[in-house]
Design a protein around this ligand. Sequence first.
Ligand SMILES: O=C(O)/C=C/C(=O)CC(=O)C(=O)O
Ligand SMILES: [Mg+2]
Length: 223
Amino acid sequence: MGAMAARNISRFWEWGRKIICVGRNYADHAKELKNAIPTEPVLFLKPPTAYVREGSPILVPLYTSNLHHEVELGVVIGKGGTSILQSDAMDHVAGYALCLDMTARDIQDECKSKGLPWTMAKAFNTSCPVSEFIPKENIPDPSKVKLWLKVNDQLRQSGCTSQMIFSIPYLISYISDFITLEEGDLILTGTPKGVSAVQDHDELQAGIEDILTMTFKVNRQEL
Ligand SMILES: O=C(O)/C=C/C(=O)CC(=O)C(=O)O
Ligand SMILES: [Mg+2]
């Protein structure tokens, strides 16, 4: 009686944990935005208030006129740790999720030109649409996962995690050297090329080949 219900990792987005994002992890995307190919992972954070689930809309912040989609594989941490060895990294993974890293590109460009952090461009409410939890067993080889995204039925992004510059074990090890990973954290592993602007009333559909699809509506935030 009165015992707290056990938390279920399959609803990790309700746990209030960190969302750690990797940028420029696909050479074709780094090139399309005219960035150099990184020699070390580029990292930024989203707060847990960024999560949005199917059935609720992605809200376009009032301050942007160029909101971009970025489809990404998310890695859900099942066992926390600090200074995790690459050889042990996959033991810390509980599963995966399909994610969008919604990005106010005009604001990001402004922040970049002023040398300011990307928080306003990347961390706003609903900036992290997320699918159902995918148990680890359902993706035996996360280095060969095909991702795609359509806007109003038109294919915009199609890529494979084999194109990632830094692998999932490398990222887990690298991040955990200076940010302790906790159960329920999510790592967004970067986006392939094809990012583009979305508009009010657009429908975004994204998928992991043979595993799942998800659909989100876009709505401009109201005053
Ligand atoms: O450097 C830029 O102009 C943009 C970088 C990103 O938005 C990075 C990502 O979030 C990504 O590559 O997934
Ligand atoms: Mg991204």
